[in-house]
Ligand binder design. Structure first.
Ligand code: NAD
Length: 322
């Protein structure tokens, strides 16, 4: 019987599928600093992680019987993939399972930003009983998303999911992606069961920045160690525009963003990801113009179920073929 250590947990459907296929699945997390020992003592063939567990070269060296590492999610920055490759340990992930959930979170931040919800939630709790009319006045200048232009930087799975939702909301969509010339977005109209294809051709980054009322980032991470959006790019954005980062911490230069918000060039930001997670800069956490979430893009019941299912299928198929 093959043994799986799901060190950061696994959705119950994924666990069930593995157990039905004859795998043993352990979901108790190894004690901090004792991961290798837990893998070896438990004779585990598979280590399943989300983003919390780090799979370093020393873990890989210490666990010669490990055959497969599963990352329940997209980013592989917590796994030394090159070293695993060199040691013949296969690494698999679930790249498509969370795209819709991340896209929806982008809109949660956008809707928050244009109606000041990040701040009014907080102020209503503190002053809603005594200063209702003052608050009503100070939050009276919201705008709609409909009719505005969203600029999507990185037009892969999540970028395209955002594009579809934006079209559904009546927004104009522009996108930049050096590796994708054009994409056909299929808009599914549930009540009438129609499928409407919409072709979006990508344009240069500068044009996306200057044309958009809102920018959202969906690139794989920093490019050559550098932020995709720094001071220069923020300057190119329309005055009063909003920006959302649900990609990776550091894709927006955080200091440059704070400056752009403080000078009111940028109206608001939505951040799900941060440099230095899990200890983000306190200036970001306390800024009234930033809508915040703690890296929960994929944290929905539906995404976790898809991730668990995709991961179980990946593990089962690996042992069928090896
Ligand atoms: P993807 O690989 O499908 O798309 C990324 C796109 O970025 C690709 O099309 C690529 O060509 C493009 N790209 C690369 N360099 C670029 C550049 N310099 N400028 C513009 N585009 C560039 O990936 P995805 O599944 O859409 O994921 C996108 C990001 O979302 C990743 O960083 C991933 O880690 C992150 N993510 C976050 C969460 C969360 O919880 N917030 C969850 C899942 C994924």
């Amino acid at each position: 019987m093959k043994r799986v250590l799901a060190n950061d947990g696994i959705d119950k459907l994924g666990k069930l599928l593995l157990e039905e296929a004859g795998f043993f699945v352990e979901t108790t997390k190894a004690i901090e600093g004792h991961l290798a020992e837990t893998i070896n003592n438990g004779n585990f063939d598979v280590l399943l992680v989300r983003s919390a567990t780090k799979v370093t070269s020393s873990i890989l060296d210490a666990c010669p019987n490990l055959k497969l590492i599963g990352r329940a999610g997209v980013g592989l920055d917590n796994i030394d993939v090159k070293y695993a490759d060199a040691k013949g340990v296969k690494v698999i992930n679930t790249p498509a399972a969370s795209s819709q959930s991340v896209a929806e979170l982008v809109f949660a931040h956008l809707f928050s930003g244009v109606r000041f919800l990040q701040n009014s939630n907080h102020e209503m709790r503190n002053k809603g009983e005594t200063h209702f009319n003052d608050l009503k006045k100070s939050y009276s200048t919201g705008i709609e998303l409909q009719g505005k232009t969203i600029g999507i930087i990185g037009f892969g799975r999540i970028g395209q999911a955002v594009g579809k939702m934006a079209i559904g909301l009546g927004m104009n969509v522009v996108a930049s992606d050096p590796f994708i010339k054009e994409a056909i977005l299929h808009i599914h109209i549930l009540p009438t069961k129609q499928d409407i294809p919409v072709k979006i051709s990508t344009i240069p980054l500068e044009d996306v920045l200057t044309k958009s009322d809102f920018i959202t980032l969906h690139v794989p991470g920093k490019i050559n160690g550098k932020a995709v959006i720094g001071g220069k790019e923020l300057d190119l954005m329309k005055p009063g525009a909003g920006i959302v980062n649900a990609a990776r911490g550091g894709v927006i230069d955080e200091d440059a963003l704070l400056y752009a918000l403080d000078t009111k060039h940028i109206a608001f930001a939505g951040l799900d990801v941060f440099e230095n997670e899990p200890t983000p800069a306190s200036a970001l956490l306390h800024h009234p113009l930033i809508s915040l979430s703690p890296h929960i893009g994929a944290s929905t019941a539906e995404a976790q179920e898809r991730i668990g299912k995709e991961m179980a299928e990946g593990i089962i198929s690996f042992f069928k073929n090896n």
